[in-house]
Design a protein around this ligand. Structure first.
Ligand code: HEM
Length: 450
């Protein structure tokens, strides 16, 4: 079964129609030619935007000259009420300093230390599904719960059952419902002075989330001072001094960073896991192979065991290719450029689209097919190096990439070891870009004991 892909719009539509389509969903608002084009220009009355698929230009923007392509202020605008000055939104020296403090918390050795917390969250997800055997389950709700639990346990040593953790999770859900599309502002052809998108409910939810996180951070500061803090990611980040200035994050800065860890860390993993489970449910041969491999992971598994889950890793990689949770990223040109013999003015929006690059018809063979085996072929590996960026690339690469590549295969293994999932006849999920790539009406799967 070919995995679902959103319909494309006709090549030429009026600006008004484009806007309407855009508001509904950025993926289906795009024309089919973007799956073949190396570069496309969108002229609007107020600014120019360029979607770039050419691997060499993407390399220039992300790896070779990232300082000339800072994050777009238009995207930051929509997320500011929730994320303040978090590492996701800053640029230049402020961003560099934040990464110097954050990056060590996600290094390999630290990942090993957070593994028991991750395994416990995977076990809890398994137990929740155990209570639903024989039922049809909305799997996105389950993976959101599981991914949030992973973040709370690894960051703050709290299971999601903790009252404060639960309130943060609920407030995030309210926020997501009121603020549907992450990068919308960056594409919309409106000048910066037009007020938009800080809808009242989103602002209220953002304020509540930040109040609750401030409480978690204050509690942890007291524990660090008293010498009773658990040795988790929050403690690590709050006690790591910037190697250049010797300063640590202030409590207020830490609230901004925790907000992005929750948002970037749980929404994305939840999206990827839900699609992965749908893909294996619709490809029972792969599901059986993963279940067999998953026997390598017992309840007392060690960090090193995850490296043996090679098939689960290939399935997770292939899921991130077909359904990259962050479908598009936006940068701005700091000076004028020349791309593919075209002049690109200063202040233009550069859209990098994992969604289109991963399904590019001139790069991948069988671009829309689910084929985890491609990652074992020379061609698949070459395409992976050239045109695969679910975690972005270069200095602004996702700091949680290593974390996510342990979490995803581990959760797949722990779930598929014990349960058999099947799709419902005639029911196909419909990909749509909310905050991340989700299914318009959720993903329903039948859960049976294996
Ligand atoms: C499958 C899971 C994940 C995917 C696909 C993913 C993807 C991405 C992508 C594409 C970006 C770059 C966005 C841009 O440049 O506009 C990013 C940034 C980021 N991600 Fe992730 N991410 C995942 C999991 C995580 C986790 C688990 C964490 C933390 C616990 C995390 C924390 C962050 C942070 C802090 C940034 C901002 C980095 C910066 O701008 O310097 N992510 N992620």
């Amino acid at each position: 079964m070919t995995p679902p892909k959103p319909p494309s719009r006709p090549d030429r539509v009026s600006m008004l129609r484009y806007l309407r389509l855009f508001r509904a969903d950025i993926l289906s608002a795009q024309p089919a030619r973007l799956y073949r084009a190396w570069m496309a220009e969108f002229r609007t009355p107020f600014f120019r935007s360029y979607l770039v698929n050419d691997p060499q230009i993407v390399r220039t923007v992300l790896r070779e000259r990232p300082a000339d392509f800072p994050k777009s202020g238009r995207v930051a605008e929509g997320l500011r009420p929730l994320l303040g000055r978090s590492v996701f939104l800053t640029n230049g020296a402020e961003w560099q300093r934040q990464r110097r403090i954050i990056d060590p918390a996600f290094e390999g050795g630290r990942l090993r230390e957070t593994f028991p917390a991750m395994l416990a969250a995977a076990g809890a997800a398994r137990d929740r599904l155990e209570r639903r055997v024989g039922e049809v389950v909305e799997i996105e709700a389950e993976t959101s719960h599981a991914a949030a639990d992973v973040i709370f346990r690894t960051l703050f040593s709290l299971p999601i059952e903790d009252a404060l953790a639960r309130r943060v999770f609920d407030a995030f859900r309210a926020y997501q419902r009121s603020q549907p599309i992450l990068n919308l502002a960056a594409f919309l052809p409106l000048p910066a002075w037009v007020p938009r998108f800080h809808r009242r409910e989103a602002r209220v939810a953002a304020r509540l989330i930040r109040t609750l996180i401030a409480e978690l951070v204050a509690r942890r500061r007291d524990e660090i001072a008293a010498g009773t803090a658990p040795d988790d990611l929050a403690t690590k980040i709050m006690t790591t001094p910037d190697p250049e200035t010797g300063e640590t994050f202030s409590a207020a800065e830490m609230v901004d960073q925790v907000a992005i860890f929750f948002l970037a860390g749980h929404e994305t993993s939840a999206s990827a896991l839900a699609w992965a489970l749908w893909l294996v449910a619709s490809h029972p041969d792969w599901q059986d192979r993963l279940a067999e491999e998953a026997r390598l992971i017992g309840d007392g598994a060690a960090f090193g065991d995850v490296a043996r889950l090679r098939l689960a890793r290939d399935v997770f990689r292939e899921t991130l290719r077909l359904y990259p949770p962050v479908p598009m990223m936006v940068r701005e040109t700091a000076c004028s450029e020349r791309f593919r013999r075209r002049a690109v003015p200063e202040g233009a929006q550069i859209v990098l689209s994992p969604w289109h690059q991963h399904r590019h018809e001139r790069i991948w063979s069988d671009p829309d097919g689910f084929d985890p085996g491609r990652w074992r072929t020379e061609e698949g590996r070459r395409c992976g190096r050239e045109a695969y960026m679910p975690f972005s690339a270069g200095p602004r690469v996702c700091p949680g990439a290593g974390f996510a590549m342990v979490e995803g295969p581990l959760l797949l293994a722990v779930i598929l070891r014990d349960f058999r999932l099947s799709v419902l006849p005639g029911e196909l999920p419909e990909p749509i870009a909310f905050l991340t790539v989700r299914s318009r009406n959720g993903i329903r799967l039948r859960v049976e004991r294996r």
